[in-house]
Ligand binder design. Structure first.
Ligand code: DUC
Ligand code: ZN
Ligand code: ZN
Length: 511
């Protein structure tokens, strides 16, 4: 046996185990081919000594926005994926977004392929945002997308005028996804509640960035989340509610899971580490509008207890995935965040939503495990970290046969962390160390005790923090044709009384 690369002296972490450090990883042709003791070294074997550091699967960030039409500033595929690998992420799933007037989704996907092609440092795939789900798209095009493109997930919006679907449309999409084994992602906020509040705030001149958080209260997320779960239950379709920010909404998911419904949830670093005081006017800032840097939807919540509730959900398994919702907008640009500064007057409703975070996603969570904390303050275990950042996303989105775990036969996508307690791993997060294309990080000043030392994609070191930084090549990242998600089919519930499946798999009112 010949290995191209052997990694030794590391503690391999999978979704279920932390393995002893005498186990070595043998890699050939970009694939993990052996996990064993004293692997045979040949003259062309490269060796990396992990020095006792943990080795985790390369991160899969299943929710990033890159070069979408609604974001004229911010990242290109080059800058976003450069940022991803510097933070340990080896696969991103981004969005190809259909606009209302577009009658076919094939040109949409072609265009997003054009934007990403040859530009990516990491592997990537697309979800399709459906804003105009015609019968033609649902019946003819989606099946082709699954077969020819390996695009096996859609995202639906319940809010935002240009994107939002009616309940009926959501049901129709869910039925198609159910039939095709696609994963349905849902942005759950009640659109009318939010627009009524925004109009009222604007009439009173309450337009500073802080009012963004007032305009999108928890009840709007709570109601829409419960409605999404109800719709999914009616048609017996698995869903994933994206970027959940509040405990009350999360509890609907928890209750549904207790009933064995296939309801999945995602949360993101900003909802666990940041509060709405970041949106407050702050006199120490030179620039009083810079709280707009923290405008995202759902918004940052108000209380530490809100954060605590979400930490519980991560620890008790309510959340399936931890994604960044990387949505980069340049702050100091008239089409970026400052689109909300009109003749010197702040207008929160004109600020593009979203914050960058693809680079900081993994270190922020790793810092909450026993690798960085004493057992009494660790929020989650190392295997849970692996589940939330890689394994579950791979399974949910149809990559579970090749990515998301450290096992023989899988792609050698890996992070090697600094040895626990090694001061070289400690980082004060700041914009100056970021690799993205935007001019700020919302996590400025947060400290973490460890940072990816090496990022490895299909056996190649693409990030070496001490020696060269970004050493991968633009264009090495490949488009991933995905299979059907594994977590979307598993546990099907009995349909609501009175519904029977017809031969196409539709649940219809029975006799
Ligand atoms: N909210 C969204 O709905 N999308 C992108 C970013 C954000 O904050
Ligand atoms: Zn969203
Ligand atoms: Zn998003």
């Amino acid at each position: 046996t010949n290995y191209d690369l052997i990694i030794k002296n590391g503690q391999i972490v999978t979704a279920s185990e932390v393995l002893p450090s005498n186990l070595e990883l043998g890699i050939r042709d970009g694939i993990i081919v052996a996990i064993g003791i004293n692997l045979e070294i040949s003259c062309n074997t490269e060796i990396i000594d992990a020095e006792g550091g943990y080795i985790t699967p390369g991160g899969i960030d299943s929710h990033v926005h890159v070069a979408q039409d609604n974001a004229p500033t911010g990242d290109t595929w080059e800058t976003a994926t450069r940022s991803a690998i510097a933070g340990g992420t080896t696969t991103v799933l981004a969005f190809a977004s259909q606009k209302r007037h577009e009658e076919s989704i094939f040109p949409v996907v072609t265009e997003y392929h054009r934007r990403a092609g040859g530009q990516s440092y990491c592997d990537y795939g697309f979800h399709i945002i459906l804003s105009h789900p015609t019968d033609q798209i649902l019946d003819e095009e989606l099946p082709k997308m699954v077969e020819t493109e390996g695009i096996t997930s859609v995202k639906l919006y319940m809010t935002y005028e240009p994107l939002k679907l009616t309940d009926r449309q959501m049901l129709e999409v869910m039925l198609s996804c159910r039939r095709l084994g696609m994963t349905t992602m849902i942005h759950a906020e009640n659109s009318d509640m939010i627009s009524v509040i925004i109009d009222g705030l604007e009439r009173k001149g309450n337009t500073n960035p802080f009012f963004h958080a007032i305009a999108r209260p928890q009840i709007a997320e709570d109601e829409a989340s419960y409605r999404a779960i109800s719709l999914a239950t009616l048609v017996d379709t698995p869903i994933l509610i994206v970027h959940m920010s509040s405990q009350t909404a999360m509890q609907h998911v928890r209750r549904a899971q207790t009933r064995l419904l296939p309801i999945h949830a995602e949360t993101c670093p900003h909802y666990l580490f940041l509060l709405s005081d970041m949106l407050q006017h702050d006199d120490t800032h030179h620039d009083h509008f810079d709280s707009a840097k923290h405008i995202c939807a759902p918004p940052l919540r108000h209380h530490v207890s809100d954060l605590e509730g979400l930490w519980q959900g991560l620890a008790n398994g309510t959340f399936t995935v931890w994604s960044s919702d990387h949505a980069p907008h340049t702050y100091d640009h008239p089409k970026g965040k400052k689109a909300g500064l009109i003749d010197g007057v702040a207008r929160f409703s004109k600020v593009p939503n979203g914050i960058p975070g693809v680079e900081t996603r993994l270190p922020l969570l790793f810092n909450q495990t026993e690798a960085c904390q004493p057992p009494e303050t660790a929020r989650i275990s190392l295997p849970q970290f692996v589940q939330l950042t890689a394994t579950n996303a791979a399974k949910l989105y149809g990559l579970g046969n090749r990515k998301g775990s450290i096992v023989a036969g899988f792609d050698a996508d890996l992070i090697i962390w600094y040895p626990p307690g090694d001061p070289r791993g400690g980082v004060d997060i700041s914009q100056s160390m970021m690799h993205h294309g935007v001019d700020y990080t919302p996590f400025e000043g947060l400290k973490v005790q460890n940072w990816p030392r090496y990022t490895i994609l299909r056996g190649k070191v693409i990030w070496n923090r001490e020696c060269g930084g970004i050493i991968g090549e633009k264009g090495y990242g490949a488009f991933l044709k995905r299979g059907r998600g594994q977590l979307v089919t598993g546990k099907m519930q009995q349909p609501v009384t009175g519904m029977v499946a017809n031969e196409r798999g539709y649940w219809m009112p029975g006799k």
